[in-house]
Design a protein around this ligand. Structure first.
Ligand code: GLV
Ligand code: GLV
Length: 324
């Protein structure tokens, strides 16, 4: 079967090998660490049967039109799907593959690392050592908040949310709360987690961790009202998508001490401009969207994305296909 695929970025070699070794598969690639310029993307997909894309590629109607009716499969190197115009994709009968499960552990681990960095002020403290701010051991200096005996609120108790809770539990968390589109008794049982409305989660949590998908229902969900309900001693962590948060409201909450600290692995936009107000705050730890960034995870994601693409093109069940 002759088929052509377009890969929008340099990806781990293991994934590309799966594609280039598939018989009859002609691979075209934007072979760069930098994002494909829009014009190159539109030209690259023209006539392609398969598209392997990243979360930074907006796959909308324009791209689908540029691809033409031959496009059968879109395989994204991500668990998130908010960059894909799913309605349009469905209308055209295009199949979609993605990479859940394989990045759950790495992303949960990064969420915990970010939470600890924010609540124990690690980047700020490390900077003090370099800048000469460390003059002696001081009883009142560089104190933060610990997890022992705390209440943790998880927004989105999906695969990653559960993996975060599983990792946080041994730190001595007393109680887990969660919110989402509805109760998930089976997922919650392991942690004795209680399903609560968003407002109550904000009010009662010492730590809030956002691990939900970005959808119209979650967009801007963590806003002024939400932060105003949080405790002054609480810490907010987001490893899902930046747009779940109203960033101006978060800035105000942090600047005015309505909450103690925040850790963000995702922002709006990405990258965040280096003069962004959030970067002027000591109590905000910001990472460049590295949740799944372990060598092993990225390699596994690339192989899975390649296998999804090939299976879709061959009309076979994909290892991980989105139900549209
Ligand atoms: C990362 O954010 C992903 O969606 O895989
Ligand atoms: C801390 O280093 C202590 O000994 O209390």
């Amino acid at each position: 079967m002759a088929m052509s695929v377009f890969v929008t970025r340099r990806i781990p070699a293991e994934g590309l090998r799966v594609l280039s070794q598939a018989s009859g598969c002609r691979v075209q690639q934007w072979d760069s660490e930098e994002p494909v310029p829009r014009a190159e993307l539109l030209a690259g997909v023209a006539g392609a049967h398969g598209l392997l894309c990243l979360l930074s590629d907006r796959i909308d109607r324009e791209v689908l039109d540029a691809a033409g009716p031959g496009l059968k499969v879109i395989s994204t190197l991500s668990v998130g799907l908010d960059h894909l115009a799913l309605d349009e994709i469905k209308k055209r009968g295009i199949r979609v593959g993605y990479t859940p499960d394989v990045l759950t552990d790495a992303t949960a681990e990064l969420s915990v690392a970010l939470l600890l960095s924010a609540c124990r002020r690690l980047p700020e403290a490390a900077q003090q050592v370099r800048s000469g701010g460390w003059t002696t051991w001081k009883p009142l200096w560089m104190c933060g908040y610990g997890l022992s005996d705390s209440t943790v609120g998880i927004i989105g108790l999906g695969r990653i949310g559960q993996a975060v809770a599983r990792r946080l539990k041994p730190f001595g968390v007393r109680r887990f709360l969660y919110t989402g589109s509805g109760p998930k008794p089976e997922s919650a049982a392991e942690f004795g987690a209680e399903f609560v409305p968003l407002a109550r989660l904000a009010e009662e949590s010492d730590f809030v961790v956002v691990t939900c998908a970005l959808t119209p229902a979650t967009q801007g969900m963590c806003n002024k009202d939400f932060f105003a309900r949080m405790k002054k001693t609480s810490v907010f962590v987001n490893t899902s998508r930046g747009a779940v948060v109203n960033q101006e409201d978060l800035y105000e909450a942090l600047a005015q001490g309505q909450i103690a600290a925040a850790g963000l692995d995702v922002t709006t936009p990405e990258p965040l401009p280096t003069d962004h107000p959030l970067l002027s705050l000591q109590n905000c730890v910001i990472l460049p969207h590295i949740g799944s960034a372990t060598y092993a995870t990225r390699s596994t994601m690339a192989v899975l994305a390649a296998r999804n693409l090939l299976a879709g093109l061959r009309g076979e069940p994909m290892p991980h296909e989105l139900t549209l």
